[in-house]
Design a protein around this ligand. Structure first.
Ligand code: NAD
Length: 278
């Protein structure tokens, strides 16, 4: 089969780990030239070296607009254009199980990395794409931006904003042949969702990983653990010409979580009814 992204140049932010890493690998396998942008130079450099001449690492703090603009310029200079911008880097920020306990100390950092980066990255890439026949901007949001819930309030707020913003940008940039897509991954097994506290042994970390994974899987209809490659395949499709008629959507990649609660509440209600009638 022909390589789907042959001749395309892509930027993947947060490309040193997890979903970004899997996407960079798949993009190169599909013929793209890829700039891996991340604050993690160790893993980013290692990945780029492994992927060969089609990949290069560029240290970038996505919360810094100058860094992001320089990243776009770098990609264009290095590979001669920019066709796909995957604004993927993100952090969860402090957990604060309840809203009333939040001290908002993490607010600016999380908003900078998760939201400002998407605005600036989309604009910098969009300015180039608008002058060069179009392109695709894919923004990684989350089901946390779709489903209201407890905890992680700043994270949820940024991800919800990324979805709304992506739809607005899709409308604004459509006349230039630029498609804009938001993704809403569910629970994907990456370092972001390992919930491993720092300083624990590999054995304990593995135990935590298995326990957390089981808890994740239990609240999704598909009892299948989400992998970074699942999201990467979705990014590939959205970036490809097969998705030429798709823009302004927020696509869940979530094993059915946003389809609804997998618990059979009617069964519980009928059991309660039966107990009351007994
Ligand atoms: P990850 O932690 O494996 O990777 C995130 C990458 O972003 C890391 O390499 C990290 O160094 C980089 N990064 C962090 N701050 C940065 C900054 N300021 N500048 C540049 N790079 C920075 O996490 P992941 O799970 O692959 O997450 C990728 C994206 O997917 C995030 O936006 C996240 O919110 C989203 N997401 C993940 C899940 C999940 O279950 N893993 C679910 C929904 C959404």
């Amino acid at each position: 089969m022909a390589q789907e992204l042959a001749g395309k140049v892509a930027i993947v932010t947060g490309g040193a780990s997890g979903i970004g890493r899997a996407t960079a690998e798949l993009f190169v396998a599909e013929g793209a030239q890829v700039v891996i942008a991340d604050v993690d130079a160790g893993n980013g450099e290692e990945l780029a070296a492994r992927l060969g001449a089609a990949a290069v690492f560029r240290r970038t703090d996505v919360a810094n607009p100058d860094d992001l603009r320089a990243l776009v310029d770098f990609a264009i200079e290095r590979f001669g254009g920019l066709h796909i911008m995957f604004n993927n880097a993100g952090v969860s920020g402090a957990m604060h199980p309840r809203f009333l306990d939040d001290d908002f100390k993490d607010f600016e950092r999380v908003v900078g990395i998760n939201l400002l980066s998407v605005m600036v990255g989309s604009q910098a890439a969009g300015r180039h794409m608008a002058r060069h026949g179009g392109g695709v901007i894919i923004n990684n949001a989350s089901i946390a931006g779709v489903l209201p819930g407890q905890a992680l309030m700043t994270y949820r707020a940024t991800k919800s904003a990324v979805i709304h913003l992506s739809k607005c940008i899709a409308i604004d940039l459509a006349e230039y042949g630029i498609r804009v897509i938001a993704l809403a991954p569910g629970h994907i097994r990456t370092p972001l969702t390992s919930f491993a506290p720092p300083g624990i042994s590999a054995e304990v970390a593995d135990r935590v990983r298995v326990a957390v994974g089981a808890a994740f899987d239990s609240n999704q209809p598909l009892k299948r653990t989400g992998r970074p490659e699942d999201v990467a395949q979705t990014v590939l499709f959205m970036a490809s010409d097969r998705a030429a008629q798709i823009t302004g959507v927020a696509l869940p990649v979530d094993g059915g979580i946003t389809a609804g609660d997998p618990v059979n509440h009617l069964q519980d209600i009928m059991a309660a009814r039966a107990r009351a009638l007994a």
